[in-house]
Design a protein around this ligand. Structure first.
Ligand SMILES: [Cu+2]
Length: 164
């Protein structure tokens, strides 16, 4: 009796494993934190992606993605603005050529979203708020950026790679 029950339990456990594996392959979940050192800090400049030799240790704000890679397919970004006083956002930008800087509107101090490879966003999160974005991504190099004026140049971007 006991051994029979044991078999039934392992079959159930096996089924459970199979179900979790299916869910895992359905979508990669990426945890994204939008951070800054507080509004009292003067925003850094000259730290946009593509700037030659940027010293990212000078960044006053940034984006942390975990993991920083995903397999091609559906990706869910769970985004939290950890700032205490500043609105931030996250935009997924596909880079057709990672050696070329993103198109920039100097007068507005932000990336030209219409000309860049915008794949979706969690826009303008208030301090402490969270949001999510689910999007299908093909293999390639991406940037996650915040496009509140000045933030991209202050270092608010991170590289993200989608593998085959
Ligand atoms: Cu920002």
């Amino acid at each position: 009796m006991n051994s029979f029950r044991g078999v039934a339990v392992s079959v159930a456990a096996g089924l459970l494993l199979a179900v979790s594996a299916t869910i895992a392959s359905a979508a990669t979940v990426v945890k994204v934190d939008l951070w800054d050192k507080g509004a009292a800090m003067t925003m850094a400049t000259g730290l946009a992606y593509g700037t030659a030799g940027p010293d990212m240790s000078k960044a006053t704000m940034g984006i942390k993605a975990s993991p920083a890679t995903a397999s091609a397919g559906v990706v869910t970004f769970k985004v939290t603005n950890t700032s205490k006083d500043t609105i931030h956002e996250m935009i997924v930008m596909y880079m057709a050529d990672p050696t070329v800087p993103l198109p920039y509107i100097d007068a507005e101090n932000r990336v030209d979203e219409d000309k860049a490879g915008d794949k979706g966003e969690v826009s303008e999160l208030d301090p402490g708020k969270s949001g999510s974005l689910t999007v299908a991504l093909k293999p390639g190099k991406y940037l996650l950026i915040c496009n509140v004026p000045g933030h991209f140049a202050a270092g608010m971007w991170t590289e993200f790679e989608v593998t085959k």
